[in-house]
Design a protein around this ligand. Sequence first.
Ligand code: ZN
Length: 305
Amino acid sequence: MSGTNLTKRKRTDSGDGDASKDDNPTVTRSAEYWLEDGNIILQAENTQYRVHRSILSRQSTVFADMFSLPQPPEFGPGESLVDGCPVVHLQDSAEDVGNLLDLLYESISLQTIEGHISISVIRTMLRLGRKYDFKKLWDRGVSLLEHDYPYTLQKWDEKPKPLISDEPGVIFDVIAIAHENDIKSILPPAYLTMFLRNSLPDIRDGRERLQRLVKAIILDWLRDDELPRADCDSFDKCSAALMGKIKYLYGQDACKLLEYFAYRWDKAELGAGMCEECEIYGNAEYEEGRRILWYNCPQYFELDS
Ligand SMILES: [Zn+2]
């Protein structure tokens, strides 16, 4: 893996208050992960973790390669050890490394109870999974996101029970994580979710664009020359119903319009007042519009490059 940033610096357990010019002179030992038979010390920010090389090597090719290197000169004479263990300084947050160790040691169940996986854990799976090639963690992180933000309209319509816990603003984290890790498949459903839930000024532009597309693509059937149908048995009634719908649907606010993208044909609302032939045609055109918009969402949001 390129771009890994493992550094090994000389330093001692810092309680001695020596002349270290380090930015963060106070180092604390993790209460949870200071394992007596650990043989490697990871340090992230100011926290040290005493863990096992074998546990890390088993799932990460990057750690496996690192530990397979001859120990000197990195850990050779003159290198300060902590409790007899070499120290690996990671350029990762303590939150990420804590999550990582929870995943490796506590085996956080990924077939977990609905809504209980924190987005922070998913971020760690992807960020560290990619950086250190923890392949299983990466794969599971992606599949968890794809479960909650499915990339097919069919799966979206099945409304899977979320596995990721619904913390405030979680959708913004999901989108940021998807961009950070180049997981484009989840972006259309993630953006749709964001627009459904939020009305913040900074998402107004994207929402308005989607609103225009809903009118142009999904509600286009209202103005279709094929309606009323040739075999319509209540032409005047259906014409009047269509006129009423155009007036009603095009006057809806942005949030309401997005529902026509997010949700399937609602016969009681959209099909009201029309004969069966016209209703069936409208339904089919509407669903086709949803499929087209869904399929093209990445390019509408300039995500495909
Ligand atoms: Zn009709």
